[in-house]
Write a protein that binds this ligand. Structure first.
Ligand code: SF4
Ligand code: SF4
Length: 365
């Protein structure tokens, strides 16, 4: 039996994961639960006729790995869902029209947010720094075009701390959206192109603002191109290392905030204490959401869900916002910040989500 099918069939339907699944929590629909998604995966891999509900079930998964973390059978639901999406593509049932629009944008404009390439560097204060380094600061599509204050503050913090890095003027997309939509042929092409470019520039380390870019480079790229010549890090890890012996550099600014753990950074990489320590060195009093650290709830943007099932995404995001008792929330993910701010605006909530380097920059002399 195919391994994915075997894994999906090993589900005992104990239901332990369902209550932790954000899409099930906000809808109560079995088809939008891990059990529903495993059933859909079985249909896909057994070559059965696929209903529209099953297509939705698989494409509405946030790939947040929360079910994986609680499953007593060790079933990797997220992996099974992503493999099922590529099987749907093989069977001519994907990508969905909404996903195709984003993919076409990535191919035409080099980013997933329909940004105009000539505006890519609008976030950059001053001239483009034409310099070589073996470390690339990778801004990502959200940082470059949408959550530009994240890009600006990340850049300025690293410069102020004397960190050696280079930028790419025409950076391009990491391709995670294409990969997670199941369009593996296109994703592989893009991954290879990016890796060739990084290698030709002598890049040995990539520092990402976005945990989704980080996950893509670190885990999806090696699946396709084999061992990488560069290591992959999140900027929070780098800033934490730079400041841990020099924390007196930071001026304490009194504020009460809630730190929101992005799933790919907290659950995926176990980076939970570094951002909290950084924020407390900046003088912040931290409050916690009911679900935090490795058990944090996805913001609602993961797995490409925000682009295709916007209402569902907004419901999950609102649920996360309601878990924060403070108006001010800080995230280490530009995509989480964007999704949560959009939900706050739509729901006329006064909560505001800021990218973490904005706070660090405020505290640096
Ligand atoms: S990965 Fe997240 S959204 Fe998908 S089934 Fe698991 S808990 Fe639900
Ligand atoms: S926790 Fe694991 S075994 Fe239980 S229903 Fe969820 S996926 Fe199936």
């Amino acid at each position: 039996m195919n391994q994915v099918l075997e894994d999906a069939k090993s589900c005992t339907e104990c239901g332990a994961c369902n209550e932790f699944c954000p899409t099930y929590k906000v809808t109560g629909e079995v088809q939008l639960s891990p059990i529903g998604r495993l059933q859909a995966a079985i249909e896909v891999f057994e070559g059965k006729e696929i209903s529209e509900q099953s297509v939705e079930s698989l494409n509405s998964c946030l790939a947040c790995m929360e079910c994986d973390a609680v499953c007593p059978e060790g079933i990797k639901v997220t992996e099974i869902v992503l493999k099922s999406r590529s099987k749907l593509v093989e069977r001519g049932l994907g990508p969905l029209p909404g996903q195709n629009r984003i993919i076409e944008g990535i191919l035409a404009k080099g980013n997933s947010v329909n940004g105009e390439p000539e505006k890519r560097l609008e976030w950059l204060p001053g001239e483009f720094p034409r310099r070589e380094s073996d470390t690339l600061l990778y801004m990502g599509c959200l940082g470059s075009y949408v959550v530009k204050d994240a890009a600006t503050s990340a850049y300025l913090v690293l410069k102020k701390l004397g960190f050696d890095f280079m930028l790419l003027e025409d950076e391009g997309c990491c391709g995670t959206y294409i990969y997670e939509s199941g369009k593996l042929d296109l994703a592989s092409e893009l991954f290879r192109k990016n890796v060739e470019r990084f290698n030709s520039l002598g890049i040995r380390r990539i520092v990402c603002l976005c945990p989704a870019c980080q996950e893509c480079f670190k885990y999806f790229y090696p699946e396709v191109v084999g061992e990488l010549k560069f290591s992959v890090h999140h900027i929070v890890e780098i800033i934490y290392d730079l400041l841990k012996e020099n924390r007196t550099l930071l001026k304490e600014v009194q504020r009460t905030i809630t730190y929101q753990d992005p799933c790919r950074l907290a659950r995926g990489e176990s980076v939970t204490e570094e951002p909290r320590e950084l924020l407390s060195w900046c003088g912040a009093e931290l409050k916690e959401m009911e679900k935090n650290r490795e058990r944090a709830q996805c913001c609602g943007a993961g797995g490409g869900v925000m682009t295709v099932y916007r209402d569902l995404s907004m419901k999950v995001a609102t649920d996360v916002l309601n878990m924060a008792e403070t108006e001010s929330i800080v995230s280490s993910c530009p995509f989480c910040a964007f999704c949560l701010n959009r939900a706050a605006k739509a729901g006329e909530l006064t909560k505001r989500v800021t990218y973490l380097t904005n706070i660090v920059l405020d505290s640096l002399p």
